[in-house]
Ligand binder design. Structure first.
Ligand SMILES: Nc1ncnc2c1ncn2[C@@H]1O[C@H](COP(=O)(O)OP(=O)(O)O)[C@@H](O)[C@H]1O
Ligand SMILES: Nc1ccn([C@@H]2O[C@H](COP(=O)(O)OP(=O)(O)O)[C@@H](O)[C@H]2O)c(=O)n1
Ligand SMILES: [Mg+2]
Length: 258
């Protein structure tokens, strides 16, 4: 099994607006090709995306409660990291110890697959290929999940996966994350964990894993760079035992003022 070692990310790379990785760019497509392929599905007459609803608006303005407490937005933490870096594992612990709702983009998409709809079939097809689902679909699922929770603290796990995800989220919800947690893990460790995950996932096979790693490097790292430049990223070394990593997580979350 040959998996390319994680590259060192230099400044010039971070500034490169083009997807990285070289070779075929097929695996790098965030959304364009799929939008074309499923144009009919996405463009089917439907009500346009609503502006943030009153329920969501209640959560969205400044979480400090700028209008007397009636419009508090939840504290939003995006949780990012490569596939197998331990996002889901650590989110479950954060949720239980710090009272966060845990919204996993991957789980929301997999639930949609279980619904057996045409949209579900499309999502399954994309996930099998390690590509990124069109942002309209994912953001809409997240928006609904945010609306249906009363939690004042929300972890959004595995999102945004690309710049387009990020921009769509900010446009549709009218808000930004308060914090971005980045679990930094070497590729060989991520591959080992994914191959041992044993959850029967269609994308936990070596072929798809290689594609997911390339997509992460090319499309997700720029999102992390973007939020780093805005001072929102907290990087956590994701090697070691779950408990050791949670030690670093706890340090961060215990220092936050929600
Ligand atoms: N620190 C760790 N050391 C070894 N295995 C881990 C660790 N953290 C998580 N795992 C395991 O690795 C796999 C991937 O973890 P998961 O939390 O699902 O990652 P992600 O959500 O980032 O893909 C799971 O089987 C999980 O039990
Ligand atoms: N924002 C997102 C999140 C996941 N996904 C898809 O769902 C797959 C699984 O996501 P996940 O977050 O459950 O995967 P892990 O990183 O947790 O292993 C990804 O490889 C993508 O195909 C997506 O398209 N857009
Ligand atoms: Mg996960």
């Amino acid at each position: 099994m040959v998996v390319e070692k994680k590259k060192k990310r230099g400044k010039s790379e971070a500034a490169d607006p083009q997807p990285r990785g070289g070779g075929s760019r097929d695996h790098l497509l965030c959304d364009t090709m799929w939008r074309r392929r499923v144009g009919a599905l996405l463009l089917r007459p439907r009500s346009p995306l609503p502006p943030p609803s009153s329920t969501l608006r209640r959560h969205l303005p400044d979480h400090q409660g700028s209008d007397g407490g009636n419009s508090r937005k939840p504290f939003i933490a995006f949780v990012l990291g490569g596939p197998g870096s331990g996002k889901g594992t650590q989110c479950a612990r954060i949720a239980s110890d710090y009272g966060f709702a845990h919204l996993s983009a991957g789980d929301l998409l997999r639930n949609e697959i279980s619904s057996g709809t045409e949209k579900g079939e499309l999502i399954l097809d994309i996930i099998k290929q390690g590509k990124i689902v069109p942002s309209e679909i994912t953001v809409e699922l997240i928006r609904k999940a945010m609306e249906s929770t009363d939690a004042k603290r929300v972890l959004i796990d595995g999102f945004p996966r690309c710049e387009e995800n990020r921009i769509a989220f900010e446009r549709i919800t009218g808000t930004e994350p308060d914090l971005v947690v980045f679990f930094d893990c070497p590729e060989d460790e991520m591959v080992k964990r994914l191959l041992g995950r044993n959850q029967g996932r269609v994308d936990d096979n070596i072929e798809t894993i290689k594609k997911r790693l390339k997509v992460f490097e090319s499309l997700n790292i720029p999102v992390i760079d973007y939020y780093s430049s805005r001072g929102k990223v907290h990087k956590i070394n994701a090697t070691g035992t779950e408990q050791e990593i949670f030690g670093a997580v706890r340090k961060l979350f215990s220092s936050l003022r929600f």
